[in-house]
Design a protein around this ligand. Structure first.
Ligand code: HEM
Length: 355
């Protein structure tokens, strides 16, 4: 469509508003910069996970803000206010259950996104910094899950947090300070809840927004890596732009994820256990599935004793983190084709067996 309206045609109100804003902030230029990003080798379904992660985060922020209208972050009222949301507020059960399943969806998608960029060799030069910031984002996603788990203040929340803080305590040098800071007292109580709440609703969202912005800025500086097969001429010939093909794939990905989270919220709504007490009775602490591997390792005989527990919960996961952090710096081979990187492929296949 031409920018010049036909003779005699009057611009609509919407067009006038658009022109007004465009003249002041350069909307057209901004849209062109955002949407005309070249995607070498064409759009792909494999690239949807980054945008889907942003979408899930926005939905978590919206549902979380709505929950905060009713949730009371005090040891006296956290449990009752969560029950109130579940049983008294219209669709409160859906809101809380969507938020709950949204956190699992974020972990699943962060693993999918990480796997995609790892298998595509997209962490290699010049994208090392995108990978490093991505790992920090991964840490934030896990921290969201850990801090959010305590907020309903039922037995599951209380005991998973108690074990989690004990694990933090084992971290060399800083562990003792971090555990004491998180707990805020001899046993989990009001200070623990307040601190977890502030970290969950203020510190982590601010950090995630800042780091996701940096991640995208670095991504735009380096440009998309594109597929790992094909000569530069072939890739150039197939080049697409972010709009419209990739953006449509991203929107379909978001719609599928939204439908899956909603379906889980309908079929498996959140149900609280008894209110938190310092007496576990016959309750056995159970973390969310994405922390389960640490709990399972702690129960293995080979990790018994003080040192074994340290190995299982801190040293091995920490070593894996350091290897991932340094990966783009010691893997200087420019080959990105996963079928020509047997070590990387074996490592990825075995990754579900790692600590
Ligand atoms: C909240 C978490 C995250 C968000 C919202 C996010 C978002 C994005 C987005 C929107 C892109 C643009 C292209 C695409 O979608 O593939 C991207 C690219 C990328 N991300 Fe992430 N990401 C996250 C976590 C991670 C993690 C955990 C890693 C790896 C440790 C990572 C590494 C990368 C890399 C290497 C690229 C460049 C891919 C390429 O050039 O093809 N990201 N990310």
């Amino acid at each position: 469509m031409s920018d010049i309206p036909p003779v005699g045609a009057q611009p609509t109100v919407a067009e006038k508003i658009f022109t007004f804003v465009d003249e002041r902030v350069g909307l057209k230029l901004l849209a062109a910069k955002m949407l005309n990003e070249a995607v070498p080798g064409g759009s792909r379904w494999a690239y949807v996970f980054g945008s889907v992660l942003l979408f899930i985060f926005i939905m978590q922020a919206i549902t979380g803000a709505l929950l905060m209208f009713y949730y009371v972050p005090t040891a006296d009222h956290a449990y009752d206010s969560t029950q109130y949301i579940l049983h008294e507020i219209d669709y409160g059960w859906f809101l809380l259950s969507y938020h709950f399943w949204g956190s699992s969806a974020m972990v699943v998608c962060v693993f999918a996104h990480m796997s995609q960029v790892f298998l595509w060799g997209a962490y290699k030069k010049p994208r090392e910094l995108i990978w490093v910031v991505g790992l920090a984002l991964f840490g934030l996603v896990m921290a969201f899950g850990f801090t959010g788990y305590l907020l309903p203040w039922d037995q599951r929340a209380y005991w998973a947090t108690t074990v989690g803080v004990e694990i933090v305590d084992k971290v060399p040098l800083l562990g003792d300070f971090m555990a004491r800071f998180l707990k805020g007292g001899p046993i989990p109580g009001q200070m623990t809840l307040s601190r977890f709440f502030v970290i969950h609703v203020m510190i982590l969202p601010a950090a995630l927004i800042a780091l996701a912005g940096l991640h995208l800025f670095l991504f735009r500086c380096a440009g998309p890596a594109g597929p790992f097969r094909g000569t530069p001429t072939e890739l150039k010939a197939k080049t697409d732009y972010f709009f419209p093909r990739q953006i449509w794939k991203d929107i379909v990905g978001m719609a599928v994820v939204f439908a899956c989270i909603s379906a889980l919220a309908f079929w498996e709504p959140v149900v609280l256990l008894d209110e938190a007490t310092p007496d576990p009775g016959d309750y056995h602490p159970e973390p969310e599935w994405y922390f389960l591997f640490i709990f399972q390792h702690l129960r293995l005989r080979m990790f018994s004793g003080e040192f074994g527990q340290f190995l299982a919960s801190i040293a091995l996961p920490g070593a894996l983190g350091v290897v991932l952090l340094l990966l783009p710096f010691f893997d200087r081979n420019p080959e990105r084709n996963i079928f020509k990187r047997p070590l990387a492929l074996i490592g990825w296949v075995m990754s579900d067996r790692w600590p």
